[in-house]
Design a protein around this ligand. Structure first.
Ligand code: ZN
Length: 286
């Protein structure tokens, strides 16, 4: 059995082939350019490397409601040229195999949930943008659409009251205040070049901890996993854990200690979405 994964991101598409044990046997990255070029390259890869089914985790917003005529479309994205693109339809037409379609963060949440043997899990990516996916007993949280936890509202840090925020839709939502570009907007220095002891990381951690608190209070997951470049910064997870404990103030009991509750991905090399996609692809064959 061969399983395929497409992690469709705003800057790159990661295409992978896995075996039935969800081990990656081939993996390539292509830059996200125009929809036509990117989708044609994706189709060419899977014609050269045939798979039995495919899991797709995409940037969004996307339409995941199978009853809609626009099911499988990337919908209202601010990414130039990608609005109202029928991603799934073009792939299905060309490849004619079963496909699962969800958000990139849902795919990551699913991969991490299965890999950690939990029954529920929330996954946040804190990078160029912020997204959150949630899965409970194998089902993704959502009704008419998928969750958009990256754009939740957060309380301002006392030392951050004058910063406008960088979200083009809401300015100072979570993504506007805590995604990677907000670091550069505040300091003039890109996050990867900013020292790990710079005070702006405490401000970032304050917002990320609020997202974790909101997820805890609204979804009560067994675990919250943080991926993405901002969380890869040295010491960031510990800052978030400390802020989270302060904010929550022991109002609810956690399923475990905070070090095991707020964690980085267990799947190495940013592979959470790929493994999740393999597993979702396999489910399509049942
Ligand atoms: Zn926003």
């Amino acid at each position: 059995m061969k399983l395929g994964s497409i992690e469709a991101g705003g800057t790159k598409f990661v295409l992978a082939v896995g075996n039935e044990n969800f081990e990656c046997v081939k993996r390539v990255q292509i830059p996200t350019t125009s929809p036509d070029e990117t989708i044609q390259k994706t189709i060419a890869f899977f014609k050269e490397n045939p798979v039995d089914s495919l899991g797709i985790g995409s940037f969004g917003p996307i339409d995941i409601n199978k009853k809609h005529e626009t099911y499988g479309f990337i919908t209202s994205t601010p990414k130039v040229g990608w609005k109202n693109v029928d991603l799934l339809g073009q792939l299905k037409m060309a490849l004619q195999i079963p496909m699962a379609f969800t958000t990139d963060v849902n795919a990551s949440a699913y991969g991490e949930m299965m890999a950690t043997n939990e029954s529920s899990l929330v996954y946040f990516t804190i990078g160029t943008g912020i997204g959150g996916g949630a899965v409970q007993e194998g089902h993704f949280i959502g009704g008419v659409s998928h969750a958009e936890m990256g754009h939740q509202l957060v309380k301002r840090h006392a030392q951050d009251l004058d910063f406008a925020g960088v979200c083009p839709y809401h300015q100072d939502c979570l993504e506007g205040l805590a995604a990677g570009p907000s670091v550069k907007a505040r300091t003039g220095i890109a996050g990867e070049d900013l020292p790990a002891d710079h005070p702006v990381w405490d401000i970032q951690a304050y917002y990320i901890a609020q997202a974790a608190m909101n997820a805890t209070l609204t979804l009560a997951p067994a675990k919250i996993v943080f991926g993405g470049g901002v969380m890869a910064k040295e010491g960031m997870l510990v800052r978030v854990q400390k802020e989270f404990v302060k904010l929550l103030n022991a109002y609810v009991a956690l399923p475990t200690n905070v070090e095991e509750y707020l964690v980085l991905p267990v799947i190495a090399d940013n592979g959470s979405a790929t493994e999740g996609n393999f597993r979702l692809a396999k489910n399509e064959l049942k």
